[in-house]
Design a binder for this molecule. Structure first.
Ligand code: ADP
Length: 191
């Protein structure tokens, strides 16, 4: 089972992904978390991406594609995965489809969380105060929103055209309410 979760910055996608991981026994694969860990550990990749990430821009497609490929090819890894933060561009989506096809797999579902922009900025600035993420400044947030809207629509269209289940879920509400909507979206349509 391969699921993808989309959502603009601050949409609660990471929180919901963690819930989905437990409830549906999918391994949560977050490209944002992986990159932040590379930066924190000061690896070669980390040094390469730190500035791009802090500005809210996307890291190069080939770099993130290589990282995801390495993880998905790991024979010890689970074959049931929820991917969070990838694919963010059409190039990435096509690369993912190719990787999965090599193993006889495909994307089974896509969840797209929707939250109005006004609610997002408040949430992120609150998170910035608590966690201090380098890219949670007003400028970087605006850039990440812009990237998200510009590129994600194309990725969702790509999957719709290929007949993949794309579920748009209202992300306004508390964690439990939103999770319940996701559970229903995944559950009902798979029957
Ligand atoms: P958010 O959705 O809140 O912006 P993420 O944790 O998903 O946060 O990503 C944080 C940053 O990591 C992005 O702004 C980008 O710089 C980088 N990143 C993560 N995933 C990708 C990806 N698939 N392609 C390019 N850059 C990525």
């Amino acid at each position: 089972m391969i699921g993808i979760i989309f959502g603009p910055p601050g949409s609660g996608k990471g929180t919901q992904a963690a819930r989905i991981e437990t409830e549906f026994r999918l391994t949560h694969l977050s490209t944002g978390d992986i990159l932040r860990s590379e930066v924190a550990r000061g690896t070669e990749i980390g040094k390469e991406v730190a500035r791009v990430m802090a500005a809210g821009d996307l890291v190069p497609d080939d770099l993130i594609i290589r990282i995801v490929q390495r993880i998905l090819r790991d024979p010890d890894g689970s074959s049931d995965v929820l991917i969070d933060g990838f694919p963010r561009t059409l190039q990435q989506a096509m690369a993912l489809d190719r990787m999965l096809a090599e193993e006889g797999h495909r994307v089974d579902f896509v969840i797209a969380l929707e939250v109005p922009e006004s609610a997002l900025v408040d949430r992120i600035l609150h998170r910035a105060a608590v966690e201090g993420r380098a890219d949670d400044t007003r400028e970087a947030i605006a850039e990440r929103m812009h990237e998200y809207h510009k590129l994600t629509a194309a990725v969702l269209d790509h999957y719709r055209k290929r007949g993949v289940r794309v579920e748009v879920v209202d992300g306004v509400g508390n964690v439990d309410e939103v999770f319940e909507r996701i559970r229903r979206a995944i559950g009902i349509s798979s029957r």
